[in-house]
Design a binder for this molecule. Structure first.
Ligand SMILES: CC(C)(COP(=O)(O)OP(=O)(O)OC[C@H]1O[C@@H](n2cnc3c(N)ncnc32)[C@H](O)[C@@H]1OP(=O)(O)O)[C@@H](O)C(=O)NCCC(=O)NCCS
Length: 111
């Protein structure tokens, strides 16, 4: 059973931790007004719904605190990340956020 917990630091950084039997298997750090710092699930635990749980925990907390929107950016080629954003109702912005200089499109997603 994976448990997610969320905390907010003094400088406003939101941190979600996902633990399986007490062991850290995934985490997220983000500043709501800026975007994601990172989200990561340990490789052997990927594609089991943990990334969705982590992002959902963050989004639910923002909604609980009555944030009007949440902005994330990711590479369009990052299929798992695009998928979990889609599952949680994020929509791609009307314009691409740009290019990372290495040829990958950066997508801005909002709820
Ligand atoms: C992005 C990341 C956090 C997702 O975590 P996760 O625990 O694997 O996510 P979930 O299991 O909740 O969901 C992944 C979804 O992508 C799908 N998916 C994964 N790989 C896929 C692929 N190659 N093609 C199509 N779909 C794929 C899964 O089937 C799942 O969708 P489903 O629930 O409809 O079946 C994880 O892949 C990760 O840590 N990646 C490395 C770091 C990273 O890229 N971070 C994002 C930077 S913005």
């Amino acid at each position: 059973m994976v448990e997610t917990t969320i905390s907010v630091s003094d400088i406003g950084c939101y941190k979600v931790e996902a633990k399986l039997n007490g062991q850290l298997v995934g985490e997220l750090e983000a500043f709501p007004m800026v975007g994601l710092v990172h989200i990561k699930v340990e490789e052997k635990h990927q594609s089991q719904g943990i990334g969705t749980d982590i992002l959902n925990c963050y989004v639910s907390e923002l909604k609980r605190r009555q944030f009007a929107r949440c902005v994330l950016t990711t590479h369009k080629v990052n299929v798992p990340m695009m998928r979990i954003c889609e599952k949680l109702g994020f929509q791609c912005g009307p314009q691409e956020a740009g290019n990372d200089g290495l040829g990958d499109t950066v997508c801005m997603l909002t709820f």
